[in-house]
Design a protein around this ligand. Structure first.
Ligand code: C5P
Length: 302
């Protein structure tokens, strides 16, 4: 019988705000963004194996060598003594693909933690962060999760006080949007300053108690909403049904609304499902953590 798998739980995120400050010489954009981890999880299992391989229950996820899980595994394996160990991964997707919810990035962060545990490697936090940043701009956030500010490419993470147990309603349309296309369209459309932008201190979102959602803003809406008018309409529908704030998450395609924790979202979900039958409408909430490794018996999440 094969040994039991180790499991990494990998949460989705929303961007509570996303400001684009300028264009960088490395082709990326300088951002000032606030991330929030949410209660929607991919599950990544790993067993020791003679080589590295991956299977996924969602055929929209390419499971070849360029998959971020396998790239993360190869980067962590550099820290293992010879002979280099292997792993067989199984990825169970719940986070929509190309939805602006960070699914692939979270899976990569989960894979870093999972491989270190599976192979008994002590990875200093700074090295884990470096590996994460080399895999993608959103990956470092998922190592700590919760509420955090991201500057630089979005990969310089400062953990912040937890936003609190706000309720979140996600609207995922029946199409995804590739991040690269959105930033390319933005670069064409706007005259953005070149690098060297200094980011001022920001006090960040404060939802606890005072329910002030006025910090919510996403500069990528300027290019995404004109091209996908149904996303703007859904944003407006969220505000009509009582969301205190509603925004595109990352580069889309998900649009979400924030509601005070006392609100019962069930009737709101019903109403929106009736009007947007092709969309996936999900009620969820903020969580104060990032990707983590659990033994198989410990499901970790509800
Ligand atoms: O880092 P990641 O591979 O997730 O980014 C996907 C794409 O999004 C990049 O190739 C780049 O085109 C764009 N991007 C950007 N500026 C950022 C983050 C992402 O231009 N800060």
């Amino acid at each position: 019988m094969s040994p039991p798998a180790l499991v990494a739980w990998c949460p989705a995120k929303i961007n509570l705000s996303l400001r684009v400050l300028g264009r960088r010489d490395d082709g990326y954009h300088e951002l000032d963004t606030w991330f929030q981890a949410i209660d929607l999880w991919d599950r990544l299992e790993a067993r020791r194996h003679e080589r590295l391989d991956l299977s996924c229950d969602d055929d929209r996820v390419p499971a070849g060598p360029d998959n971020l899980v396998l790239r993360a595994a190869r980067a962590v394996r550099e820290h293992a003594p010879d002979p280099k160990p292997g792993a067989s991964f199984r990825l169970f997707k719940k986070i929509p693909v190309q939805g602006g919810l960070g699914g692939g990035s979270s899976d990569a962060a989960g894979a870093i933690l999972l491989c270190a545990r599976l192979w008994g490697i002590t990875l200093p936090d700074a090295r884990a962060q470096e590996i994460a940043a080399s895999l993608g701009a959103d990956v470092p956030f998922f190592l700590s999760g919760g509420t955090a500010r991201g500057t630089g490419r979005g990969d310089r993470i400062e953990p912040a006080p937890y936003l609190g147990d706000v309720r979140i309603l996600l609207g995922v349309p029946p199409f995804g949007i590739p991040t690269t296309e959105v930033f390319a369209a933005l670069a064409k459309r706007l005259t953005l300053p070149r690098t060297g932008v200094s980011v001022t201190r920001s006090s960040g979102p404060k939802c606890q108690g005072d329910n002030d959602f006025s910090f919510m803003a996403n500069d990528l809406e300027d290019v995404v909403f004109p091209a996908r008018v149904e996303l703007r309409a859904f944003r407006d529908a969220l505000l009509e049904v009582g969301a205190r704030g509603a925004l595109l998450s990352g580069s889309g395609s998900t649009v979400y609304g924030l509601f005070p924790e006392t609100v019962d979202l069930a009737p709101v979900v019903e109403r929106l499902r009736g009007a947007y039958s092709k969309w996936t409408i999900v009620a969820t909430r903020a969580v104060p953590r990032g990707a983590f490794v659990a033994a198989p018996a410990d499901t970790g999440v509800d």
